[in-house]
Design a binder for this molecule. Structure first.
Ligand SMILES: Nc1c(NC[C@H](O)[C@H](O)[C@H](O)CO)[nH]c(=O)[nH]c1=O
Ligand SMILES: CC(=O)[C@@H](O)COP(=O)(O)O
Length: 161
């Protein structure tokens, strides 16, 4: 499994104007399903001596017939639920059938890696997507939870191939 995307975004919830960090993790066994497009770009600036810049862009046309799992944390559900809905919507857009997606709720980010690893080892899924949200407060609690979640997801990938 490979780490596909990790993003940090700022987020406001109620009184708490804080930083939320959520992790989205996808792995694809069959990378060849992503068509690789090579585009050449001509630049009209001081770098124009570089005639062409090669850009590699992945494009997924259809994931029909593939099975996916989503592990989603209930903690900070106000954030994770819309992320889950977005993920389900995106799967639909790529022709993944509803019955080919299993959603597993876990209490919080701490549990994501554990469950993702089990699901990965089941060999039932093409990819496992993990969704969690950790909000920075006044203490170092944020770092503990976010770091554990990130390393749990990394271990899940490494241990389930
Ligand atoms: N503080 C956050 C948590 N904490 C809960 C833990 O993840 C865990 O579920 C609990 O300690 C039981 O083992 N979880 C988040 O997802 N986000 C947080 O900000
Ligand atoms: C990681 C958290 O749950 C976070 O909101 C805790 O906030 P605080 O550090 O103020 O206790």
């Amino acid at each position: 499994m490979k780490k596909f995307c990790e993003s940090k975004v700022s987020n406001e919830i109620g009184d708490c104007n804080s930083f939320a960090n959520w992790i989205i993790y996808v792995s694809f066994k069959e990378v060849y399903r992503f068509g690789l497009r090579i585009e050449k770009e001509k630049r009209n600036d001081s770098f124009s001596q570089t005639l062409a810049v090669r850009q590699l862009t992945g494009s997924l046309t259809s994931a029909e017939g593939l099975r996916f799992a989503i592990v989603v944390a209930r903690f900070n559900e106000i954030i994770t639920k819309p992320l889950l809905e977005g993920a389900l919507d995106t799967f639909k857009k790529y022709s993944v059938k509803e019955e080919d997606v299993d959603v597993v709720w876990v209490p919080g980010c701490f549990e994501i890696g554990l469950v993702a690893e089990r699901l990965g080892k089941s060999r039932k899924y093409q990819a496992i997507l993990c969704i969690g949200a950790v909000i920075r407060g006044d203490t170092s609690h944020y770092d503990a939870v976010a770091n554990s979640a990130a390393s749990g997801v990394l271990s899940a990938g490494l241990n389930s191939g």
